[in-house]
Design a protein around this ligand. Structure first.
Ligand SMILES: Cc1cc2nc3c(=O)[nH]c(=O)nc-3n(C[C@H](O)[C@H](O)[C@H](O)COP(=O)(O)O)c2cc1C
Length: 190
């Protein structure tokens, strides 16, 4: 099978717990991000941007996650939970936040800009997969937290589309069930 089709046909998210070192090199990450930015984009608004977490910054962001969780929880989180938050971004060598930044532009409704952000996120995953890395696109609680939004310095028109964890898969996952094509494909008959 053609190499590109083979990659697309076996695409599967990695389990974050199985993402280990090594992560992409600096040059590979540049390639991954350039490919992420190469997506359909009505009126070229670039309604997305990327924030990279690597090295020490992952632990520092973990401290922010723990502090934010403590502030935003009704009940004080357990020490175990706080430690989990501190280590959250250490689960993979690189994490990329995809920030959706929609604009009020006539003719380009918000939904189109959000879809472009989704395409950028998947392109990011596919480029990393093509380089041999596993990826996991998640939101989890911190994509929707006002405190995290502030800590990331997001503007009023910005929100987190997802966090993509990237690393080397220590174990391949078996596939999951896929949609039954006959249930989702129809031919318009007029
Ligand atoms: C926008 C978005 C957010 C997601 N957030 C989560 C999440 O927080 N936790 C999770 O386990 N999976 C989440 N997923 C699902 C995974 O990314 C993944 O697609 C799925 O678990 C496995 O399917 P796959 O192997 O076909 O990718 C999310 C997917 C999308 C598109």
């Amino acid at each position: 099978m053609n190499e590109v089709l083979a990659l697309l046909s076996r695409r599967r998210s990695a389990k974050i717990a199985l993402l280990k070192d090594p992560g992409p090199t600096a040059a590979e990450l540049d390639t991954i991000l350039k490919i992420a930015a190469r997506v359909p984009d009505h009126k070229r608004l670039v309604p997305w941007r990327f924030v990279v977490f690597e090295g020490e910054a992952r632990a520092r962001f973990g401290d922010v996650l723990a502090e934010t969780l403590a502030k935003e929880s009704g009940e004080p989180p357990s020490d175990v939970r706080l430690q989990m938050e501190r280590e959250r971004f250490l689960r993979a060598p690189v994490v990329v936040a995809v920030i959706l930044r929609t604009k009020e532009v006539p003719g380009v409704p918000e939904i189109e800009q959000l879809l472009s952000g989704g395409a950028a996120t998947l392109n990011l995953c596919l480029a990393a997969n093509a380089l041999g890395y596993g990826t996991s696109w998640v939101t989890e609680w911190y994509a929707f937290s006002a405190g995290i939004k502030a800590a990331l310095g997001l503007g009023p028109n910005e929100r987190v589309g997802g966090f993509v964890y990237i690393g080397t898969e220590s174990e391949k996952q078996s596939d999951r069930d896929r949609p039954v094509m006959a249930e989702i494909v129809s031919r318009w008959q007029g």
